[in-house]
Ligand binder design. Structure first.
Ligand code: OXT
Ligand code: ADP
Ligand code: MG
Length: 601
């Protein structure tokens, strides 16, 4: 309430009243008044928000100070994009909207990529940005950091709101929370103009105007006939498959999902961020037989996974279609909270619309209602064929992992990471890069739900340090970030943030000197390097040392293992620069085919 007192002090000086009398009167009055700063903070706290990820500056500097004074945890970043990614993944981990706080125009724009990414990935977050004076912005008179932020945010957010009056702050926060977490979660923008913060109102009326949102993400119970239709289709299948997506991980219905899979004995395929929902070592996991099960399955049940590019749009050769766009003949059941998702790419024969917790428990109940003897496991030939393919791939992988080439390659380095994660199944794993991403996904098994956080639907680089910081702050536990050297560069300065907050983050850079690989050359023979390569033998570990953390330069799996073990033992911020053969990667990792290349003429 300092600002109120300050304003009144200024008034006293101009009216000639004694400062003592005036400050006592002002103090008494300020106790009966509340300003916009405090209404925002109390509104957030009332709804269980305990952390703000952001970056201070005009007009929200005081909000960050007062937030800390009010007992909120404020994690202050070096770039808003990283704060935004942190907020979004905190939302994924907790089902509460993650809050990112930025300054106006440039800070707001820096946060926007993360907001759009949150919407695309169905992560609940709220980007709160201070903004300039409306009257000046609307007349385009050139205010400090002038920008019509609400208009710009709208197409990239699930919803966008602006609050102009202190008495509407409670409503604004309530609407933002509901929009972020109800139905399909997403990114929400909340615009708070500078003028709002020092506005005052009667304290009692102000507190009464705040809303504690009741049931922010109401359960959505699926229709019984939709459930019956799905069970019927599943029961008749000869080669059924369940695909678990990150929506299933988000839903926190872990026990029921596991029960459904184990009761039906249907093989399942986890999408990247659904790994660990059941341990990757589960005998029904078909992850190691992916390219076999997708075209061979006859009925596929998608739980919290969209048929987008990551699943080849549900058609084409990946699914056994004769041409790149042809339907492979599968019947689909789709369990999703969005009623519009079904039929987006191919026909969905049995949509089950509702929240995954309610849908999966309804599916279980419908299966149980048939009596345990009525439900039989999928035919043995199907299960055996998957096991055969899986065993072959696992054996091939084991052989590759056992090799110890010089220099290290992705496999020999990731064999170490695989062991360390196995020994520390509660650690959060953050992962980005191209080869560094794809190899980690298939080599490093996950054992528990929501422990793997990665580039998601957009394959976006830059989530690394923001996700790591949020993962450490939210879980309070160890984080391991497996990073391509290019990927790390997008958020690398946040190692200072990691050191400043003393977070137990162990960053491993799989350093192959470039984007995809480090051996490309300028075809003209000119002075400039290839656009794909970086400074050779860059000493990334020194960046961590610069801020008081531990740096490790590792050229062998043994050095990498020791570095990781020590990082986990000490819980100190650590960066391991793991030197990988610069010829080891392929273009775009496993998605080389998505690169358009010039036609040979
Ligand atoms: O069945 P088959 O035989 O096919 O085998 C599969 C599995 O069965 C098997 N498997 C196993 N075998 C044995 N044991 C086990 N346990 C096991 N598990 C699986 O392994 C294979 C593969 O399995 P997978 O992965 O499940 O299957 P598949 O076919 O690959 O799945 C398909 C996909 C599409 C689902 C999967 O590939 C996928 O999820 N891909 C995600 C790809 C992605 O998102 N990539 C990131 C984007 S690439 C590019 O865009 C980059 N950029 C541009 C850029 C971006 N992205 N963002 C921004 C803001 N700016 C620019 C850049 C700059 S990447 C990049 C940097 C790259 O350089 P870095 O230095 O960072 O990284 P390096 O490449 O390391 O140098
Ligand atoms: P993946 O990339 O892992 O395949 P996607 O992001 O494509 O996953 O799909 C996630 C899906 O999960 C979205 O269609 C979203 O609507 C859905 N979803 C998210 N949360 C829930 C929930 N609580 N209940 C039901 N569906 C959900
Ligand atoms: Mg690289």
């Amino acid at each position: 309430m300092e600002s109120v007192t300050a304003t009144r002090k200024e008034t006293a000086a101009t009216t000639g009243q004694s400062p003592d009398t005036t400050s006592a009167a002002a103090a008494a009055q300020s106790q009966q008044e509340i300003d916009g700063f405090h209404l925002v903070l109390e509104g957030l706290k009332l709804n269980g928000i305990d952390t703000i990820f952001g970056l201070p500056g005009i007009p929200i500097t005081d909000l960050t100070r007062k937030a800390q004074a009010a007992g909120l945890r404020v994690i202050s970043f070096r770039h808003e994009q990283n704060a935004g990614y942190a907020a979004s993944i905190a939302g994924f981990m907790t089902q509460k909207p993650g809050i990112c706080l930025t300054v106006s125009a440039p800070g707001f724009l820096n946060g926007l990529t993360a907001l759009a990414n949150a919407t695309t990935n169905c992560f609940p977050m709220i980007l709160i940005s201070g903004s300039s004076e409306r009257e000046i912005v609307d007349l385009q008179q050139g205010d400090y950091e002038e920008m019509d932020q609400l208009a710009i945010a709208k197409p990239l957010a699930k919803a966008a709101f602006r609050v102009l009056h202190a008495e509407d702050i409670g409503i604004g926060i309530a609407r933002a929370i509901r929009a972020a977490v109800s139905g399909r979660p997403g990114g929400v923008y909340l615009d708070l103009p500078a003028k709002l913060f020092p506005q005052t109102m009667d304290a009692q009326a102000g507190r009464n105007s705040l809303i504690k949102v009741v049931d922010p993400a109401p359960r959505q119970i699926p229709a019984p006939d939709a459930v019956a239709r799905a069970v019927e289709l599943l029961k008749g299948a000869k080669r059924p498959l369940i695909v678990l997506g990150k929506g299933a991980a988000y839903a926190q219905a872990d026990a029921d999902i596991r029960a459904l899979i184990e009761k039906t004995r249907i093989p399942y395929l986890p999408m990247a961020m659904a790994k660990g929902l059941l341990p990757d070592t589960h005998e029904q996991s078909a992850a190691a037989a992916r390219s076999f099960v997708l075209p061979e399955a006859d009925v596929v049940m998608l739980i919290g996974a969209r048929l987008n590019w990551l699943l080849s749009h549900g058609k084409g050769k990946t699914w056994g279609g004769k041409t790149s766009k042809a339907w492979g003949g599968q019947k689909f059941i789709q369990v999703d909270i969005s009623p519009q998702e079904a039929d987006s790419n191919v026909r969905i024969d049995a949509p089950v619309v509702g929240d995954i917790g309610s849908c999966v428990s309804a599916l279980l109940a419908a299966i149980d209602a048939r009596g345990s003897s009525a439900w039989t496991a999928p035919p043995e030939e199907w299960r055996n064929a998957i096991a055969e393919r899986k065993n072959k791939n696992v054996a091939k992988m084991a052989e590759t992992l056992a090799k110890n080439p010089t220099p290290m390659n992705f496999h020999s380095a990731l064999a170490v990471v695989r062991d360390i994660v196995k020994a520390n199944p509660d650690a959060m794993l953050v992962n980005e890069g191209a080869n560094a991403l794809d190899f980690t996904r298939s080599i490093v098994d996950m054992y528990k739900p929501r422990k793997r956080l990665d580039v998601g639907t957009w394959g976006v680089m830059g989530i690394g340090m923001g996700f790591s910081i949020a993962a450490a702050v939210v879980s309070g536990g160890q984080v391991i970030a497996i990073e391509g050297d290019s990927a790390f560069g997008f958020s690398g300065m946040e190692v200072e943030t990691i050191c400043r907050y003393g977070l137990p983050v162990c960053v491993v850079i799989l350093n192959n000197n470039g984007v995809y690989r480090g051996d490309e050359v300028n075809p003209t023979g000119g002075r400039d390097p290839s656009p794909l390569v970086f400074v050779k033998d860059a000493r990334y570990e020194k960046l961590m040392e610069a801020f008081g953390g531990v740096g490790v330069y590792a050229t062998t799996p043994d050095q990498l293992r020791k570095g990781m073990e020590e990082a986990i033992r000490s819980r100190r911020p650590t960066l391991i620069n793991a030197i990988i053969d610069e010829k080891a990667g392929t273009e775009s990792g496993r998605i080389t085919s998505l690169n358009p290349s010039a036609k040979k003429v």
